[in-house]
Design a protein. Structure first.
Length: 132
C-alpha cells in the first residue's frame, strides 16, 4: 500500500493523500479507514487546514466535536470516526479487533480531557513593529 510506504518514511501528508484518494475511489475500503485511524491517533491534535482534503470528507458532527468542542483531542475524534467507518463496511477485514480498538478509544474520549502539562508557548515570536 503506497500510503503505508509514505508513512514509514515520514511523508505523512503524502500518506494522507494516498488514503484519501483511495477512499474517493472506494469509500468502503476498510483498510484505508483503519490506516487513517491509526495515523490520526498517533499525530496529536490537528488544525482543520492541515488536512483540507480529508476534512471535507468528515460529517459535520465529527467536525464540530473534533475542532470546536474538543480541539485538544481532535485527532482522537477523527480516529474514532475512521475506526467506525472501517468496521461498518460489509466485508471488514478484522471487525472484532477493530471493535475492541474502537471501544478503547471511545472509553478514552468519554473521560474529561486532561489539563495541559504546561501552558502553550509561541514557537515563533510575533513582531509588533515593521522590520526594515
Amino acid at each position: 500500500n503506497l500510503g503505508v510506504t509514505y508513512q514509514s518514511i515520514g511523508w505523512i501528508g503524502s500518506c494522507l493523500d494516498a488514503w484519501t484518494m483511495g477512499l474517493m475511489i472506494n469509500p468502503d475500503y476498510d483498510v484505508c479507514w483503519y490506516n487513517l485511524a491509526q495515523m490520526f491517533k498517533l499525530r496529536g491534535p490537528l488544525h482543520p487546514m492541515y488536512v483540507p482534503g480529508f476534512y471535507n470528507l468528515l460529517p459535520k458532527d465529527v467536525v464540530e466535536k473534533a475542532f470546536m468542542t474538543d480541539p485538544a483531542r481532535s485527532h482522537l475524534h477523527i480516529s474514532l470516526y475512521c475506526l467506525h467507518r472501517a468496521i461498518s463496511v460489509k466485508n471488514s477485514h478484522f471487525p472484532e479487533e477493530w471493535k475492541k480498538e474502537t471501544q478503547t478509544l471511545a472509553d478514552e474520549l468519554s473521560k474529561p480531557p486532561k489539563p495541559p502539562i504546561r501552558p502553550a508557548q509561541l514557537i515563533q515570536p510575533l513582531f509588533t513593529v515593521a522590520v526594515t
